[in-house]
Design a protein around this ligand. Structure first.
Ligand code: 13P
Length: 273
């Protein structure tokens, strides 16, 4: 099944899918172990910096081999693609889905580059996600008000032909300084006039009930990165601090398990079961 079809199916069913960023074999393994245990599908995401860290070919093949080895239904997605060129490199490398992030460009320019990626992705049969509005990235001021405007969202989707839209409704990437306040009313308004599945970025640190409410109001893909990094590194530090073990095959498994535990919890939540 293509990711486009899976997202449409989940939109109808009123549930979401977890899109988990991975950084190395260990974080990937934690995610896949969770998906396997719950028999849940998953979107494996790579940001440009993770692609640069792993190398595109290794990253793509690692994810693909992991899905196959663990017997998990999943898709490989480029997170926050900054340019059509990067999106094309990923499509060529076998990604199922790409995000083109023109959200910080003027509206017309965002439409132009997004449309370009939609045209490129067509021949690959790939899913395309784009973003409208301001969702603070790491280090950016999360108080800037750049919420997605419902009418603009409707026009943006119609003019670009994207499959999924990331909306700015009060989330931010990274740790929250205080509990986020989501504009759920706005989310419902966007959902009522846009036909495509909606994406929630900045999924880490969102209280469970708030996340459920967002899914009830049209969120179909929930992105999670910071919580996984945090769970992994906290447990790894704990292990390193408490032993002199140099066999990294013994050092990493508790950290992999910490990621698995986190992902199980989030997958159960977004499945709305
Ligand atoms: P967090 O790091 O806040 O979980 O955000 C993840 C994300 O939205 C990736 O695009």
């Amino acid at each position: 099944m293509t990711l486009q079809d899976k997202l449409s199916q989940y939109k109808t069913e009123g549930r979401a899918i977890l899109a988990a960023n991975f950084y190395n074999y260990e974080t990937l393994a934690g995610i896949l172990k969770a998906a396997k245990e719950l028999d849940e599908p998953v979107i494996l995401q790579l940001s440009e910096s993770s692609i640069n860290y792993l190398g595109l070919e290794v990253a793509a093949k690692l994810a693909r081999a992991g899905l196959s080895q663990f017997g998990v239904e999943g898709w490989l997605h480029l997170d926050h693609g900054a340019s059509p060129e990067l999106a094309l490199r990923c499509l060529d490398a076998g990604f199922d889905s790409v995000m083109i992030d023109g959200s910080e460009k003027p509206f017309e320019e965002n439409i132009r580059i997004t449309r370009k990626v939609v045209e490129m992705a067509r021949s690959f049969g790939a899913n395309v996600e784009a973003e409208l509005g301001f969702i603070a990235k790491l280090g950016q001021d999360e108080d800037i008000d750049g919420f997605t405007k419902p009418e603009q969202a409707r026009d943006f989707v119609a003019q670009t032909g994207i499959n999924a839209l990331a909306v700015a409704i009060g989330t931010a990437h990274g740790f929250y300084k205080q509990e986020p306040k989501l504009d759920l009313e706005r989310l419902s308004q966007i959902n009522a006039i846009t036909p495509v599945p909606l994406v929630l970025h900045g999924g880490s640190g969102i209280p469970d009930e708030m996340l459920r409410n967002a899914i009830k109001r049209g969120i179909v893909k929930v992105n999670l990165a910071t919580d996984s990094k945090n769970a992994f590194m906290k447990e790894l530090k704990n292990v390193l601090f408490n032993s002199d073990e140099i066999d990294l095959r013994k050092t990493f498994p508790p950290a992999i398990d910490a990621v698995k535990k986190l992902i199980i919890n989030k997958m159960q939540l977004v499945s709305m079961k």
